[in-house]
Design a protein around this ligand. Structure first.
Ligand code: SAH
Ligand code: SF4
Ligand code: F3S
Length: 475
């Protein structure tokens, strides 16, 4: 039980935050500090914001106490994510009291959800900017510098920041995220994302390939293509002369990125089970450098609950998709997102979630208890009627089961040999390297006498395992 509770905290991505590197003070005359919460899209957006601020003479600092501008890139996905942000703002209040010239800005999904209300609720906030309005940051900063609170939360139908070259924050120099689309059209009833990030739109394929190629030329070895629903990626170029070149779907985009170099690994996230096609699966199988790993969130294992969630697939349909993945790529890793205690969920329906996890044999899952979000379809249509203690107990059962499934999955790798991309020193010892295999499992192994560095590929023979790490030696 204690292990399970600890996992709740670990698996909850909303708690993650980071501060970036310190920039050269000779080039930049002002300093910004940024913390990001929520999904990888937000972390990726912070790198776009850093690029916009660099052009304005702002360098990044790791210390908010000596910043001229403090930014929080926020998440609204669950209530707890918003509580974390409000607590964080309290920490900045002390600094602002001492330095009234300090500007504090709130970016991202919570800014979009609360809009100008944020300024009323949190008096110390000067700037509120939604995810599609980052280009207006320079003018908002200068308005706020003149003493006027400023807000831009306009959502866009076409903004993809395609032409902005992100400044990589806190990068290991080996792996990078590349945003390929924005927004979401799916309207899962529990989810706030369609309201905070607007309509789905795909980024120009050429600009994606160019960004990935540039990363590879600068020594990066792995790109993760990001979107809320990458499988519905669809870009139609339009040329002024009336000539209509071919559109690009996700399978074609994957192939184009894979062709940059066999030494560049490609990952992607997230896949909606309804949209991932055989075409995508066959493309993955065809290229050794497209990693054999799919994050395929199930949310619930019960068809009635899936319908209430508007996920548009049934239990059987999902299980068939998993079967198809394993037919085409027997060695493919699969992970999931699971929600416990959605509106009206019964005990039997919860059992269906446990059994679909067992049948799907996930290597890993992100697991949450349902948190009602204001304005979502579920908040308007259904009653959040599963008591909090029942939601938590079901969540712990889900986590305990996932721990057992992960242990089994990792144990099954003992005796196998994998190609591992070295990401850096292992957390525990600088005598060990760590990196991931194609299936996204973390592998730790002794450096020994071999002269290697991060970014190198090595073959590692697995000799032992926990439920989250494989250990072995180079061969
Ligand atoms: N676009 C991705 C997921 C984005 S949000 C997808 O469709 O899979 C990440 C995860 O947060 C979701 O998969 C879901 O499991 C969880 N989540 C979203 N809204 C939630 C809510 N209101 N309460 C609890 N968990 C939620
Ligand atoms: Fe939310 Fe569903 Fe869109 Fe994912 S697919 S972001 S869960 S609405
Ligand atoms: Fe959170 Fe927005 Fe991502 S709500 S999960 S930061 S899209």
């Amino acid at each position: 039980m204690a292990e399970a509770l600890q996992k709740v905290v670990e698996e909850d991505r909303q708690g993650e935050a980071y501060a970036p590197f310190a920039a050269d003070p000779n080039i930049f005359n002002k300093k910004f500090y940024i913390e990001s919460y929520g999904c990888q899209m937000n972390f990726s957006d912070s790198e776009i914001v850093a690029s916009i601020l660099h052009n304005e003479g702002y360098g990044a600092t790791r210390n908010y106490e000596d910043a001229d501008l403090v930014l929080l890139n926020t998440c609204s996905i669950r209530e707890k994510a918003e509580v974390t942000v409000r607590n964080r703002l309290q920490a900045f209040k002390k600094v602002k009291d001492q330095n009234p010239g300090l500007l504090i800005g709130v970016l991202g999904c919570m800014a979009e959800r609360l809009k100008a209300k944020f300024l009323e609720e949190e008096k110390l906030v000067d700037i509120v900017v939604g995810p599609d309005a980052y280009r207006s940051l320079p003018s908002l900063i200068s308005e706020a510098g003149g003493g006027q609170k400023s807000v831009n939360v306009l959502l866009s139908r076409d903004e993809t920041y395609a032409d902005i070259s992100p400044v990589r924050l806190d990068s290991n120099g080996v792996t990078a995220f590349v945003s390929i689309m924005r927004g979401c059209n799916n309207m899962c009833t529990f989810c706030v994302v369609p309201f905070t990030r607007g309509r789905e739109r795909s980024r120009d394929a050429e600009s994606i390939v160019a960004e990935c190629k540039d990363l590879f030329d600068r020594g990066f070895k792995e790109v993760t293509l990001l979107g809320q629903n990458v499988d519905s990626y669809y870009f139609t170029p339009s040329f002024a002369d009336g000539h209509q070149p071919d559109s690009v779907n996700f399978a074609q985009l994957l192939e184009r990125v894979a062709l940059i170099s066999p030494l560049l690994r490609i990952r992607f996230s997230t896949s909606h089970p309804k949209d991932i096609t055989d075409d995508v699966l066959h493309t993955m199988a065809r290229y050794n450098n497209i990693c054999k790993y799919i994050h395929l969130p199930v949310q619930s294992g019960n068809t009635r609950i899936l319908q209430l969630m508007n996920r548009t697939y049934t239990r059987e349909w999902y299980l068939n998709k998993v079967k198809r993945i394993r037919e085409i790529m027997p060695d493919c890793g699969i992970s999931s997102d699971v929600i416990s205690g959605f509106c009206t969920e019964t005990e039997e329906e919860h059992q269906d979630t446990l059994s679909i996890m067992e049948l799907s044999k996930y290597d890993m899952s992100y697991m949450f208890s349902y948190s009602e979000r204001p304005g979502t379809l579920a908040a308007r249509r259904y009653t959040d009627d599963v008591p909090e203690d029942v939601k938590k107990r079901r969540l712990i059962e889900i986590i305990d089961l996932q721990n057992a499934l992960s242990r089994e999955s990792y144990r099954n790798d003992i005796g196998k040999t994998f190609e591992v991309l070295i990401e850096g020193n292992s957390k525990k010892s600088d005598k060990d390297w760590c990196g991931r295999n194609s299936q996204n499992k973390m592998v730790v192994f002794a450096k020994g006498e071999v002269p290697l560095s991060k970014g190198d590929y090595v073959q590692v023979h697995i000799t032992s395992a926990t439920s989250a790490t494989l250990m072995g030696h180079m061969v």
